[in-house]
Design a protein around this ligand. Structure first.
Ligand code: ATP
Length: 604
């Protein structure tokens, strides 16, 4: 398949922000895509060469190297290209303009260029040629790799048309931000390969079990929807995690879980999904990053203490005090999230793992089994040790029992408890937030019983002491139904001076001139920020607001839901934008707040 087909879709996608239109363009593209190329096409749309969790190298091509490759391919000096870059501000645009100019000058077209001794376009670029070349660029590592990367890129750019050169450069720079969410890709795949968007749940489930959209697209395109229906987890490919709803009353929790629940400590650490095949171990974070290298201690325990040849288990890694063995908070553990000096960090911040689920063991897909069966299997295959234990749990059917265990958990340094349904339908819902798991945390200091995790979509410059610096952020909730980010509030307090000093650096890679795709906001911030960064926010209460688009018109016509006196608590680097609190969750929180006020009013 020709690369130019993909490029013309890129061009169209850049011009639209409405999800329905994006979907149409994707459907059009997938219809033209050869099933052998569909995985590559999907990765290109995601702006990557492979899923992040593979832990494979990135392209490793900086601006300088790209310009050098361009100068070889276009036969113009680097200085000339730099001057043009200053004018256009975008290397892709520069390459396109230079190539166009050259081709215009040659009335015989690109073929003649070769004849005249100019830069030649010998062949038509195919998707696989572009993909394979870029993969080789990424894989070139170590001594001499710079030259290899340069040669490969120059060759590719030489054969590219002006427009193709533009998008290759953007991709290489990591600036191909099309704003297409996974949800829209899933819809388009269902339409094209299964015939209708009604198959989306099947495609989505497969993606939830194997978080590799390219791989799922290929199975669907080549083998059909029946193959996807039968898909099982695969060791080495992360499963999207099951998530919990939230409630703040033990009574309500038990009502939701059918009168009875397993109640476990909710440990305040980092979620980990551990994959084992023989001696091989992979660790994946909540965002499905490959974090294996950060926790050699956990790898070692997993290798020797999982009694199955193949298994996928889940737990929480928690920092512990080496002397008292007490649990330490999440912030302490975050110091382990580093690339270098891992040995020192390991000695300074020892960790324990508390396991709470098993999703796969020796050929058996356990995600379809109810929790009691999973828990039994877990007990069977986990050989517990000092820092390698099963999550502490009880079975409760009375609110008082749950309440008592909750207090014990908080006392022990946990965040609260997780109540989990144990009825026959209590399967592992990969990638979904549902009522089978309910978290119960309590923040006595505030009216709002829980914090929310919101996505930064914009920033405002401060005044006075903070003049010239971004001091306030515009925050949004995620709406999975429409795959959009809707504004909720402006946060200007809770930041330390250090937070504010680092703000520009944190935001810089995501700053945009115009409203990014998928963002819905009536407020216009000083700078727009592409949805990528998640922060935990605590507020006094939820209120109605005419200026915010979150849940607009749901509770009252002409108003959305907002947060009063929001405070920044901390960044959540372990969450991606689609993991933020959803609009539906905020609406439910608002409804609960109303009920609470009504109850209190009738009591007094
Ligand atoms: P939060 O924002 O409250 O940390 P979250 O949004 O990351 O949670 P939730 O589904 O709301 O995800 O809460 C589940 C998280 O709680 C899990 O991702 C996991 O990291 C953590 N956790 C701690 N103990 C347990 C447990 N026993 N069972 C399940 N998850 C647990």
């Amino acid at each position: 398949m020709e690369f130019s087909i993909l490029v013309s879709t890129f061009e169209k996608l850049e011009r639209v922000t409405a999800r329905t239109q994006i979907l149409l363009y994707l459907v059009e593209l997938f219809k033209k895509t050869d099933p052998d190329d569909i995985d590559k096409v999907v990765y290109f749309i995601q702006g990557k060469l492979w899923p992040d969790w593979k832990g494979l190298p990135e392209l490793g091509v900086g601006e300088k190297l790209l310009l050098k490759a361009g100068s070889i391919a276009l036969q113009v000096s680097e200085r000339q290209l730099e001057n043009l870059l200053r004018k256009h501000g975008d290397i892709g645009k520069v390459f396109e303009v230079v190539k166009e100019e050259r081709e215009k000058k040659m009335p015989g077209g690109p073929g003649l260029l070769a004849f005249m001794g100019g830069p030649a376009r010998k062949t038509v670029l195919t998707i696989s040629r572009v993909y394979d070349t870029l993969a080789r660029v990424a894989m070139a590592q170590g001594e001499g790799s710079r030259d290899i990367k340069l040669k490969l890129l120059a060759g590719l750019l030489m054969d590219a048309s002006p427009k193709e050169a533009r998008y290759i450069a953007r991709f290489v720079e990591g600036r191909l931000r099309l704003g297409v969410g996974d949800a829209t890709i899933l819809d388009a795949l269902s339409v094209v390969y299964a015939g209708s968007v009604t198959f989306r749940p099947v495609v989505e489930r497969a993606y939830n079990l194997r978080a590799d959209l390219g791989m799922i697209a290929k199975i669907l395109a080549k083998e059909g929807i029946e193959s996807l229906k039968a898909i099982k987890p695969q060791v080495g490919v992360p499963i999207r995690p099951m998530l919990a709803e939230r409630l703040s009353s033990a009574k309500e929790i038990l009502e939701k879980t059918g009168g009875k629940a397993v109640v476990e400590y909710k440990y305040d650490g980092e979620r980990v999904q551990i994959h084992k095949r023989g001696e091989e171990i992979w660790l994946f974070s909540r965002r499905l990053e490959n974090i294996t290298h950060m926790y050699p201690d956990v790898v070692e325990m997993a290798r020797s203490r999982i009694k199955a040849r193949e298994a996928i288990v889940e737990g929480e890694i928690v920092a512990i005090d080496p002397e008292t063995r007490e649990l330490r908070p999440f912030q302490v553990l975050m110091h382990r999230r580093r690339k270098h000096d891992i040995k020192t960090a390991m000695a300074e911040i020892p960790v324990a793992v508390f396991l709470f689920d098993v999703l796969y063991a020796d050929g058996r897909d356990l995600t379809v089994e109810p929790l009691p069966i999973r828990r039994k299997t877990l007990e069977k295959i986990i050989d517990q040790g000092e820092n390698w234990q099963l999550a502490k749990e009880i079975v409760a059917d009375k609110p008082e029992e749950l309440e008592k265990f909750f207090l014990e958990a908080v006392e022990a340094g946990a965040e609260g408890v997780m109540a989990k349904a144990i009825h026959l339908k209590s399967i592992y819902q990969a990638g979904a937030r549902g009522w089978l798991w309910i978290k119960y945390k309590r923040d006595y200091k505030s009216e709002m019983s829980d914090t929310v995790d919101l996505v930064v979509i914009g920033g405002f410059y401060g005044k006075g002491r903070r003049g010239g610096k971004i001091g306030t952020l515009l925050m949004a909730a995620y709406d999975p139904e429409t795959d959009t980010f809707k504004s909720v509030c402006k946060v200007g307090s809770g930041f330390t001076d250090e937070d504010l000093d680092k703000m520009e650096d944190i935001l810089r890679p995501y700053i945009r001139d115009t409203k990014p795709p998928r963002v819905e906001s009536e407020l216009k911030p000083d700078i727009w920020v592409e949805p990528a960064l998640v922060a935990e926010i605590l507020g006094a209460e939820l209120t109605l607001s005419p200026v915010h688009t979150c849940c607009y018109g749901w509770a009252r016509t002409g108003a959305g839901i907002s947060i009063r006196f929001p405070r920044f608590i901390r960044w959540r680097p372990d969450k991606g934008p689609e993991d933020a609190t959803t609009t539906k969750e905020l609406y439910e929180m608002y409804q609960r707040q109303l009920r609470k006020i009504a109850e209190e009013a009738t009591q007094s």
